[in-house]
Design a binder for this molecule. Structure first.
Ligand SMILES: CC(C)(COP(=O)(O)OP(=O)(O)OC[C@H]1O[C@@H](n2cnc3c(N)ncnc32)[C@H](O)[C@@H]1OP(=O)(O)O)[C@@H](O)C(=O)NCCC(=O)NCCS
Length: 162
């Protein structure tokens, strides 16, 4: 199409892909997590999540690179999102949304009925992401975060079954 610079330059828009994360990505998981998490997780902690049967660790990939992850625990018909992060370079490109929607699809397949999470009251970006996906605020946990004593908003999502 005339005037479309991406075609002129021969570049085609790659998409994100979501897949389970294997242990080769442990250093990269730690790198992404430490870019935003004041209580960042160690390799050992992520390693434990990768082998925990209750854990679902989903990776967001762009080409051959891991650019984000979501970690959640599933017990019976309840799931809890324990961590979600996108490499700062790759934010605001729909990746967080894609990871979250992938996980909600997985919940449907696993007959999970409710998904919960905590988010910092100051974290407007994450709250907007969750609200857009259908999460509702369900309460406040006072002084939930030990690094600065910040309160957490608990959010809850009810999975719609077909
Ligand atoms: C929160 C986070 C995961 C969002 O990931 P992302 O890939 O940038 O998000 P997306 O591009 O998919 O955006 C989806 C929606 O989230 C919201 N959003 C994302 N970033 C936002 C920002 N900086 N400000 C306001 N809203 C934002 C918007 O509603 C956006 O929809 P829109 O693009 O139609 O406006 C990312 O900012 C991040 O990794 N933050 C640090 C880690 C973190 O806070 N994790 C959550 C812990 S509970």
């Amino acid at each position: 199409m005339p005037g479309d610079s991406s075609i002129k330059a021969g570049v085609h828009r790659e998409k994100f892909e979501v897949a389970p994360v294997s242990s080769i990505w442990l250093p990269r998981l730690v790198e992404i997590d430490s870019s935003w998490n004041p209580a960042s997780w160690s390799v050992k902690l992520f390693e434990r999540e990768l082998i925990n049967p209750a854990s679902r660790v989903r990776g967001l990939f762009r080409g051959n690179t891991l650019v984000g992850y979501l970690c959640a625990h599933v017990v019976m018909d309840e799931a809890h999102i324990v961590s979600l992060g996108i490499d700062p370079v790759w934010r605001r490109q729909g990746g967080g949304n894609e990871l979250l929607r992938d996980f909600l699809r997985l919940c449907r397949l696993e007959n999970v009925l409710h998904v919960t999470l905590e988010v910092r009251v100051s974290n407007q970006a994450a709250q907007a992401l969750y609200a857009q996906a259908g999460f509702k605020a369900a309460g406040i946990r006072k002084h939930y975060y030990s690094d600065n004593g910040e309160d957490a908003i608990t959010m809850r999502y009810t999975v719609e079954m077909p």
